[in-house]
Design a binder for this molecule. Structure first.
Ligand code: SF4
Ligand code: SF4
Length: 187
């Protein structure tokens, strides 16, 4: 076991990496499974939340970062609220997604990481989502042009998809937030 700068004991380098980036001490997990029992999307996961923690503790980097679970997670924070040890597991999942993208590991879920990137790029560029350009970029990247086309047309007819993006006054501040995060992640 090693110690990180916060004085936390860590076992594997992957565990250290997750604790350092998320600032969540997952070593406190005692596998009670309350997180998994309350997760609304657990049936679609290939590894339950408590199993993700165990695999991180074992240092199984490729297995965790290549899992479907980290992309199926809906960031609802139910697990974080239910944990008796105050482990913010939703934050850990977010950290895992960022590391997976940086590492270029092939994701267990194909389209969700693409959507994740396109979504963040859109927020960074305009400060808020413009649905039409989001859909077009996503379709160009996945090359799946017909899927959900009927649904998209119905949304357009009901005015849910605007042709022009709205200008958001705090656009510059949001861009700065992204730049600050990207600089920190690169260090
Ligand atoms: S609820 Fe907390 S302590 Fe229990 S398994 Fe999940 S992360 Fe571990
Ligand atoms: S944040 Fe993710 S892992 Fe946690 S309960 Fe919600 S969907 Fe499940």
């Amino acid at each position: 076991m090693n110690m990180n700068e916060s004085g936390m004991q860590t076992g594997s380098s992957f565990l250290e990496e997750i604790i350092r980036e998320s600032n969540v001490d997952i070593r406190a997990c005692y596998q009670c499974q309350k997180c998994s029992a309350g997760c609304p999307v657990v049936s679609a996961m290939d590894m339950y939340p408590n199993q993700v923690i165990r695999q991180i503790q074992y240092g199984r980097r490729e297995k965790v970062l290549g899992s479907k679970s980290i992309w199926v997670c809906a960031s609802c924070h139910t697990c974080s609220v239910r944990c008796p040890n105050d482990i913010d597991f939703a934050k850990v999942m977010d950290t895992l997604r960022h590391i997976a993208l940086r590492s270029g590991i092939i994701a267990g879920e194909k389209d969700v990481p693409v959507f994740h990137m396109v979504f963040l790029e859109s927020i960074k560029r305009t400060g808020r989502i413009h649905e039409l350009s989001l859909i077009l970029r996503f379709k160009l990247k996945t090359r799946d042009f017909l899927k959900d086309a009927g649904l998209g047309w119905q949304m357009f007819r009901r005015g849910k998809i605007k042709i022009l993006p709205q200008v958001y006054s705090a656009r510059r501040e949001i861009k700065e937030l992204f730049n600050t995060y990207e600089k920190g992640a690169a260090q």
